[in-house]
Design a protein around this ligand. Structure first.
Ligand SMILES: [Zn+2]
Length: 272
């Protein structure tokens, strides 16, 4: 089932009129023909992004608001991961949080999520006896995988949550840079994978990609997934920050007529 609809906004017309009106701080940064992810995930925008449907066969969003825009690589990744989960565990639905807003830029509650390369995913949850509990997004778990909601105990589902991590990392079309999660839950996930003899190369990569960021909340209630910029011209004005893992390859970017992002450009893209 194809759940992506592509919005063909008359972007050049829209941008030109807004620039003339002087209402875009980044007027002068965007070139004619720019599309996709521009700038970084925290100083950037998203032009002509893919728009995910509110629900697909194996996923749905846990909030009603429409922050469902991303680059094609991200919307495709989300769908492929949800399909893998649905295949492994029939009836399973992956709960999604925010991607980016239409056009990207600042959205409340997030420092990043501005350029179509970030998505939040809810954890899978079970009862203490191991029975799946559906529809409890944003449950917080301690380092032992224990959670509490309305006086009811629940558990971090290490098996299904590992399968999410594995599907993200094994995906060959999109390259995951980070999966932000707390230290304690990272340890639980790696322990589960080792004990169940999952692919050792995926486990090795997960040890780097799973990460508790030092400059934001500990991510003990959801995964935050970030992918790298796309290859070639589509990524010409997209800027990666942070590590490039040794197993990640970028195809040589062909000489592009598009300007690279300067620090001044990035500043202009910081819309808040
Ligand atoms: Zn996030």
């Amino acid at each position: 089932m194809i759940a992506v609809t592509r919005r063909y906004l008359p972007v050049p017309v829209l941008l030109a009129s807004m620039m003339i009106a002087g209402c875009l701080p980044w007027a002068g940064v965007v070139d004619r023909g720019d599309t996709g992810s521009l700038g970084t995930t925290s100083r950037g925008i998203l032009l002509d992004g893919d728009h995910l449907a509110a629900r697909g066969e194996h996923f749905r969003f846990y909030r009603a608001r429409d922050r469902r825009y991303g680059i094609r690589e991200l919307t495709g990744l989300v769908q492929r991961v949800s399909e893998t989960l649905g295949r492994e565990f029939p009836g399973t639905v992956l709960l999604l949080g925010d991607l980016s807003g239409q056009g990207g830029g600042f959205i409340s509650e997030h420092h990043s999520h501005r350029s179509g390369r970030d998505v939040d995913l809810a954890f899978f949850v079970t009862s203490p006896s191991g029975k799946a509990i559906h529809g409890w997004p944003l449950m917080r778990f301690d380092r032992f995988g224990a959670g509490l909601r309305e006086e009811k105990s629940c558990r971090f589902d290490a098996e299904k949550n590992w399968m999410v991590v594995e599907a993200l990392i094994a995906d060959e079309e999109s390259r995951v840079q980070w999966i932000f999660v707390s230290h304690g839950l990272k340890a639980l996930l790696l322990e589960w994978a080792l004990n169940h003899e999952r692919d050792i190369e995926i486990i090795r990569r997960a040890a780097s990609i799973l990460h508790q960021p030092g400059d934001s909340a500990s991510h003990d209630d959801h995964f935050h997934v970030r992918i790298y910029c796309p290859d070639g011209a589509a990524g010409a004005r997209c800027k990666n920050l942070g590590p490039v893992w040794p197993w990640v390859e970028f195809r040589a970017t062909q000489a592009s007529p598009l300007r690279e992002m300067s620090d001044k450009d990035l500043l202009a893209l910081a819309l808040d």
